[in-house]
Design a protein around this ligand. Structure first.
Ligand code: ADP
Length: 399
């Protein structure tokens, strides 16, 4: 069974074609500048075919999907003979609101429900919906599944997801903590249980997804009980360019003093804040590491803040779960930065965490980086959201 995984953004579309018989990626790629001019990078990963990397006319997502199918099936760049070899399509959808606590087969009723979730993610959901519509147009009645970033967090109890504002805002408008990166937290927590050789039902796991966007999840018995992102992905940890938790009084003060609109303010908090805003150097942790090593104090401060926040939020989840068996690091920073992992783990001495420096220096594989006598196990697990989407799609379409 071959499954096409699609992650559609407003002007981009990422894809992977996965053979589910052995869970290998046959080809992957990225369409960019859709609706502007258009560029496609297509990388076949089997059969020794060459990469395609060139400008192509992509006026809408429909042309992008058609171009992807054409490359996947072409003599020169292709990995399948025809579109009919693609058995199903899995779509990443950012926001499923309270309607979707798990992945779902797409039909007209689901599309209508997705539209209803759009006010919660006005930048992301319309792009995801456009991607689905384009696929349905180009691929006809190939079964399709939606997999939501928010779904895994739907098991949070009210005490964790409610905001302490008048209850009517929850009841009438759905204002609550939803959380994001759910597909990643789900993947790494399941993998962590496999690596520990224990049923996930018996484990308390703190999952730290640290990339450009970062969030932490508390996973008790395989179910998410709390997470650091909220109604939007702006809150929780300081991130590459997002501010994380912030006193709303600061927003009012800056807007009044500098006479800026709410949209400008949100742009500052989303795009110019986080470690970029504090350091004035970069949102990329590699640049921060180099700048800090060269003596840049603001870069060091930004890194210190990030590590402190990860440790602080993770610690609060240990309290929330009344214990922890394992801590997992994943995503760009979590998978690659041994210095960030070591700095964060320093805070976990009270849990009896001990890091094995040699294991912590390895890269690119699932690995336990704590010593055998560490009371709490610490893992690095490269995330694989596409594989989760493909697995859910297979399961739902094979029912
Ligand atoms: P996204 O949230 O966009 O999916 P990723 O999970 O790909 O982000 O993470 C991207 C970030 O990972 C980069 O901005 C960079 O800060 C960080 N990163 C990647 N490689 C390294 C590295 N070797 N050392 C430190 N940070 C790294």
């Amino acid at each position: 069974m071959k499954i096409l995984v699609i992650n559609a953004g407003s002007s981009s579309l990422k894809y992977q074609l996965i053979d589910m018989d052995n869970e290998t990626v046959l080809a992957k790629g990225l369409c960019e500048r859709i609706g502007i001019d258009g560029h496609l990078k297509h990388t076949p990963l089997v059969g020794g075919k060459p990469e395609f990397n060139a400008d192509v006319d992509l006026p809408t997502h429909s042309e992008a999907i058609a171009e992807v199918i054409s490359k996947l099936t072409s003599d020169k760049y292709g990995v399948v003979y025809s579109m009919h070899e693609i058995d199903a399509v899995g779509h990443r959808v950012v926001h499923g609101g309270e309607k979707f606590a798990s992945s779902v087969k797409i039909d007209d009723a689901v599309m209508a429900a997705l539209e209803e979730c759009t006010p919660f993610a006005p930048l992301h959901n319309p792009a995801n919906i456009t991607g689905i519509n384009a696929c349905r147009k180009v691929m006809g009645d190939v079964p399709m599944v939606a997999v939501f970033d928010t779904a895994f967090h739907q098991t949070m109890p009210g005490k964790a997801f409610m905001y302490a504002i008048p209850y009517e805002y929850y009841k009438n408008d759905g204002i609550r903590r939803y959380g994001f990166h759910g597909t990643s937290h789900r993947y790494v927590s399941k993998r962590c249980a496999e690596l520990m050789g224990k049923p996930i039902e018996e484990l308390k796991i703190v999952s730290c997804h640290m990339g450009n966007g970062s969030s932490i999840a508390a996973i008790d018995g395989g179910k998410c009980v709390d997470t650091s992102m909220g109604f939007t992905p702006l809150v929780g940890l300081p991130m590459g360019t997002r501010c994380g938790d912030l006193d709303t009084g600061v927003v009012q003060f800056i807007m009044n003093k500098y006479k800026i609109s709410i949209n400008e303010m949100l742009s500052i908090l989303n795009k110019k804040s986080g470690v970029l805003g504090v350091s004035g150097v970069s949102s990329d942790f590699r640049d921060l590491d180099s700048a800090a090593a060269a003596g840049n104090e603001r870069a060091q401060l930004a890194l210190d803040m990030f590590h402190y926040w990860v440790a602080k939020v993770a610690g609060s989840y240990v309290a929330a779960m009344n214990g922890v068996d394992a801590i997992v690091f994943t995503a760009g920073v979590g998978e690659n930065s041994k210095s960030s992992r070591a700095a964060i783990a320093e805070y976990f001495g009270y849990l009896g965490v001990k890091i094995d420096e040699e294991a912590n220096s390895k890269r690119g594989e699932d690995i336990m980086i704590s010593t055998p006598d560490s009371k709490v196990k610490v893992f690095v697990i490269p995330t694989n959201e596409e594989l989760v989407i493909a697995r859910d799609t297979k399961e739902i379409c094979c029912k």
